[in-house]
Write a protein of this length. Structure first.
Length: 154
């Protein structure tokens, strides 16, 4: 993907259709704004099996930081977030859709790898789901997740 191309749910979906979602994740994480090529390399070794983009309830994403009472490692008060979270929340309220978050399926949980500020902005905007691209260690783990998720949705 070129440096000028937008990273969005639509471009992630197109990459998935081409079976290039892993490359999309690596490019997105290395892009300006994310600037996390180190995480991209970490998520590629060993290679992951990717699923997405799929909508995930915010409460199922285990975050590094977030509001008290959420599945987070560190609870933060509202005023401890950067100003750009409020700016993004306002843009979301106006119809903007941020890029999908990146999560890993680890020990039966969805662990947020990239997108903590996007998830917080979604929460503040009153949105209860995020588009996510999820990495799995094995195809079997991915297939089991799909089977369980579709059974819950039915």
């Amino acid at each position: 993907m070129s440096a000028r191309q937008e990273y969005s749910t639509e471009t992630a979906r197109a990459a998935a259709e081409r079976d290039e979602l892993g490359e999309w994740v690596a490019d997105f994480l290395a892009s300006p704004g994310s600037d996390n090529a180190e995480l991209a390399a970490q998520l590629a070794d060993p290679p992951r099996r990717w699923l997405g983009p799929v909508q995930v309830p915010l409460g199922q994403l285990h975050r590094l930081a977030g509001p008290p009472g959420a599945p987070v490692l560190e609870a933060l008060a509202e005023d401890e977030w950067r100003d750009d979270v409020d700016d993004l929340a306002r843009r979301i309220e106006d119809g903007h859709e941020p890029p999908p978050v990146i999560a890993s399926h680890t020990d039966g949980q969805l662990v947020l790898e990239d997108g903590n500020h996007r998830v917080e902005a979604l929460r503040r905007a009153g949105v209860d789901r995020a588009w996510a691209v999820i990495g799995f260690d094995t195809p079997a783990a991915r297939d089991l997740f799909i089977a369980r998720t579709s059974a819950i949705a039915d």
